[in-house]
Structures are given as structure tokens and as C-alpha cells.
Design a protein around this ligand. Structure first.
Ligand code: GLN
Length: 489
């Protein structure tokens, strides 16, 4: 798979046409769909039309943009004009948004061509892309393993070599954990760096749009294009996109490392972390140390409360955001007007919302209820602040924290369907960055258990995406993800 910037350079110089690039990517998407189920919609017609428009611009001498003709895939909870947006949920199975997400619109304005939307856990609620209305996604690296989630379709699309770049969203780790499971790079920017307009909301104070790529340079390119204030999202920040650029990102580890201070968070290397994952991330730490980086240890005991805090806040916000799916305005409606709103809501929700979504709406409604608010939501909001302050202290005087992205490699399909708690606990290292609004990325750390990849997570101070991407760039190039030895029964 050529990088996004190589494809764009070739299209701009007429070494190849956008139409040929997109046609080839569509063929790869259909082939990958057979064994991964990574996509919800593959938009052959719309993609070819968009590609021809890029070729016309090149032919007319107009600037086709820095991502000219680059085929991309977009998580199906980001609205794409002309394509349905299901958010992975039955309730929105046929939903077509009248507007487009800002992140998507900005990439398209730069010449990128959306060839497909990618499969996800309904509303982004999950860590394996098994709670998807369109059915589970299988890892391109192993036919019996999950991709991680909830952006599992996007991770699979990049890992399978269908597209060099895919958009994901990350509320508690949904870009970084599937990136780790599929051996690709995924970055969640600082809260507010990228507009959330057009993203089907899960936990609004946690959600961010992120990107999955094969290398840091492509991630930086896309992020710089998506970044910046948006009048349609009051939480988008007026930080200059140039903070993420200018490109290229660093590539020479020995030149970068002497000025680099990295802190290991010991709590995230112990409890429940598989030995192979731990040693893969320790090897990354060793590479940094040998190249001249200063490595310290910073204990953050507050991480013990991160998962509980995250699941109270995320489900509370979800229960509020999902109240709109009551059969009256959006999506599935079961029943007649004469049945009354209560009955119609009840039936529509029963049909349109799956078991994991219902579990979370119930939990979220409970923690917000009058009798439980102080004990749960109020307390979680205070602990969230303590966690953010603890991370700020840990980051004082260092550039970034390092830890395993997830405690394990991708698990067998179906293995954890009946054990939500085990799955939730796996979010410990990723949800920290969302609770504190910090930028974080997962980079491929090489093979761990069963030949499957582990991810190393870097968490930076607010607005320090560029520093994280420089380190990820200098630690690369990364081998293209390759199939693990199938150990399936
Ligand atoms: N796994 C986490 C959850 O289920 C994170 C999901 C996400 O980031 N969207 O909430």
C-alpha cells in the first residue's frame, strides 16, 4: 500500500489518475469485505464520480488539494453527504444525513475520496466491533480474532491495505485500541482539536475524531487538514492547524531522542497486562533510551479509578444523547400514532437499540437519577478532575507518558461477549486521555502474544500532537501488518 502522500503526489503530477487509484481501492474493498466485513457501505458510484472530479481539476490546472485522489474510509458514525450513516445501529439503518461531518468535508475539500464507510460497534459502544448491526468485523490478521473497537472497520481497512487512511472516533480508546490490535497507527487528538460536528454523539465531553494510518506522516497530514475551529461545534478550539504541521514529521530517532523525556507509568505495565504485550512496549522504551531519550518513572495511582469513572460519565452522557432515538424524529419507528408516544418509544427502542446500547442507557439513566446522582455521577465528575490533575503532574517536565495501549492482543471472536466487565477493564490505559482531554496515539510495537501485534501508547500534554507524531515518525517505519499464524481451533 502506497502512502496517502505518495498517491496524492502521483495524482497531482499525473503519474496516475485518481480514477484508477479509486477503482483499485474499491476492488480491494470488495475483496476485503468478503473476509473481514469491515465496511457498512462501499460507495462505488459516488467514489468514482469524486475521483473523476479530481482528475478534471488536475486536467484544468486547478489545485486538486494535498490529498488529491487518495482513497479513504470513514467510520460510519461520521456523516458523509450522499451515503447513509448508520452509526452501526439498527435504529439508523437507513438514515441519510442532510449534512456532512466537518472532519469529512475538510478531507474531501483537500481532494480525498471517500470510498466506503466502516463498520463499528453501535454508537461506538464497544471494544471489539462485535456489537455492530452489520455483524462483527474479523481481523485481517487472523480470521478468528476481533479487530478491537469500536473503530474496528477502519482499523481493518488500513491493516488490510484497502486504504492508507481511515477516520475513526475515540471516546475511550476506539481509535487507539483497534489500531493496536490491527498493527497500525491511530491518533486521538486533544479534545477540541477537531470539530465533532456531524459525529453521531456518544459521550460528548469525551468524543474526538481521530485517524488510522500506516505511518505518522500521513496521520499528521490528515490531522492538520481536519484541525481548527468550526462555527458548528462550540467546543472546537481556535488553535492553529500549523501546530500539527508543518510536515514532514521527524524520521531520525537519534536526532530527536536526546531532547526527549518520556515517563513510564508503572501501573499500566502490571495489572492484567499480558507478558508479550509488556515486553513489546518495553522494547519500544529501550529503543528510546538507547537513542538518548531520558526515561523516567511516574506513578499515577489514580489510574485504578479510571475505568469506573469513565463508564459512569460515558454512559450518563450516552443516555442523554440517545434519548433522541425515541421513534419520533430519527430512524426506526415501530407503532402507529394512535398507540401513543410511550408505547411507540418503547417498541422503537426495543427494535432499534441492541443489548450493549441498552445496557449502557440503563446504567447511564441510573447514575443520573435523583437518588443516585451524588453517589455516582457527581462523584465520577470529581474523580475525573483528580485523574486529569494526576496526569498533569505526571506530565510535568516530561514530553509524554508511555504505556501499553491495551493490556492484551486481539482476543478470539465471541470470547468476551458475555463478560462486559473484562472488556471494560481493557480500556484502562486509553480512557485516561479522554477523561483528561489529552492527545494520545498508539503505534505498532511489534508482535506479542500469538504473533499478533501490540500497541504502545504515547499520551502528551494538551495540543502536543505534533510531538507525539514526531516520536511515532522517528520510531518508524513500521512493517505493514501481516497475517499471524492462525491458531484457530
Ligand atoms: N471501549 C470503550 C467503550 O466501549 C471506548 C469506545 C469508544 O472510544 N468509542 O466505551
Amino acid at each position: 500500500m502506497r502512502s496517502a502522500r505518495t498517491i496524492a503526489a502521483d495524482v497531482r503530477s499525473r503519474a496516475c489518475s485518481a480514477e484508477d487509484e479509486v477503482r483499485a481501492a474499491l476492488a480491494r474493498a470488495h475483496a476485503a469485505q468478503e473476509h473481514t466485513n469491515a465496511f457498512v457501505t462501499i460507495d462505488d458510484r459516488g467514489a468514482l464520480e469524486a475521483a473523476r472530479a479530481v482528475d478534471r481539476a488536475v486536467g484544468d490546472g486547478r489545485d486538486p488539494g494535498p490529498l488529491a485522489g487518495v482513497p479513504i474510509a470513514v467510520k460510519d458514525n461520521l456523516c458523509v453527504a450522499g451515503v447513509r450513516t448508520t452509526a452501526g445501529a439498527a435504529v439508523l439503518r437507513e438514515h441519510r444525513s442532510p449534512f456532512e461531518a466537518t472532519a469529512v468535508a475538510r478531507l474531501r475539500a483537500a481532494g480525498a475520496v471517500v470510498i466506503a464507510t466502516t463498520n463499528l460497534d453501535a454508537f461506538g459502544m464497544g471494544s471489539s466491533t462485535e456489537f455492530a448491526d452489520a455483524g462483527p468485523v474479523r481481523s485481517p490478521l487472523h480470521p478468528e480474532r476481533v479487530t478491537g473497537g469500536s473503530s474496528g472497520g477502519s482499523a481493518a481497512a488500513v491493516a488490510a491495505g484497502v486504504v492508507p487512511l481511515a477516520l475513526g472516533t475515540d471516546t475511550g480508546g476506539s481509535v487507539r485500541q483497534p489500531a493496536a490490535f490491527c498493527g497500525v497507527l491511530g491518533i486521538k487528538p486533544t479534545y477540541g482539536r477537531v470539530s465533532r460536528y456531524g459525529l453521531v454523539a456518544y459521550g460528548s465531553s469525551l468524543d474526538q475524531v481521530g485517524v488510522l494510518t500506516l505511518d505518522a506522516e500521513d496521520a499528521a497530514t490528515a490531522l492538520a487538514l481536519m484541525a481548527g475551529a468550526d462555527p458548528f461545534d462550540a467546543t472546537s478550539a481556535a488553535r492553529p492547524a500549523a501546530e500539527v504541521g508543518p510536515l514532514p514529521v521527524a524520521q531520525d530517532l537519534s536526532a530527536l531522542a536526546p531532547s526527549l523525556r518520556v515517563a513510564v507509568v508503572p501501573e499500566l505495565f502490571t495489572r492484567g497486562v499480558a507478558a508479550g504485550v509488556r515486553s513489546a512496549v518495553e522494547r519500544v522504551v529501550e529503543r528510546l533510551r538507547e537513542a538518548g531519550a531520558t526515561i523516567e518513572e511516574r506513578s499515577v495511582p489514580e489510574v485504578a479509578h479510571a475505568v469506573a469513572t469513565y463508564y459512569v460519565i460515558a454512559t450518563a452522557e450516552a443516555s442523554s444523547n440517545l434519548a433522541r432515538f425515541d421513534g419520533s424524529v430519527y430512524g426506526v419507528r415501530v407503532g402507529a400514532d394512535g398507540d401513543g408516544q410511550t408505547l411507540v418509544s418503547r417498541r422503537s427502542r426495543a427494535r432499534g437499540l441492541g443489548p450493549e446500547v441498552r445496557r449502557r442507557v440503563l446504567l447511564g439513566s441510573f447514575v443520573l437519577s435523583a437518588g443516585a446522582f451524588d453517589a455516582y455521577f457527581g462523584r465520577a465528575a470529581r474523580v475525573r478532575r483528580l485523574i486529569a490533575e494526576a496526569l498533569e503532574r505526571a506530565l510535568d517536565g516530561v514530553d509524554m507518558l508511555i504505556a501499553p495501549t491495551a493490556p492484551t492482543v486481539a482476543w478470539p471472536l465471541g470470547e468476551r461477549l458475555d463478560d462486559p466487565l473484562a472488556v471494560y477493564l481493557g480500556d484502562v490505559a486509553t480512557c485516561l486521555a479522554n477523561l483528561a482531554g489529552l492527545p494520545a496515539l498508539s503505534l505498532p510495537a511489534g508482535p506479542a502474544e500469538d504473533g499478533l501485534p501490540a500497541g504502545a501508547q504515547l499520551i502528551g500534554r494538551a495540543w502536543s500532537e505534533r510531538r507525539l507524531l514526531d516520536v511515532a515518525g522517528a520510531l518508524g517505519p513500521y512493517a505493514a501488518p501481516s497475517a499471524a499464524r492462525p491458531d484457530a481451533p
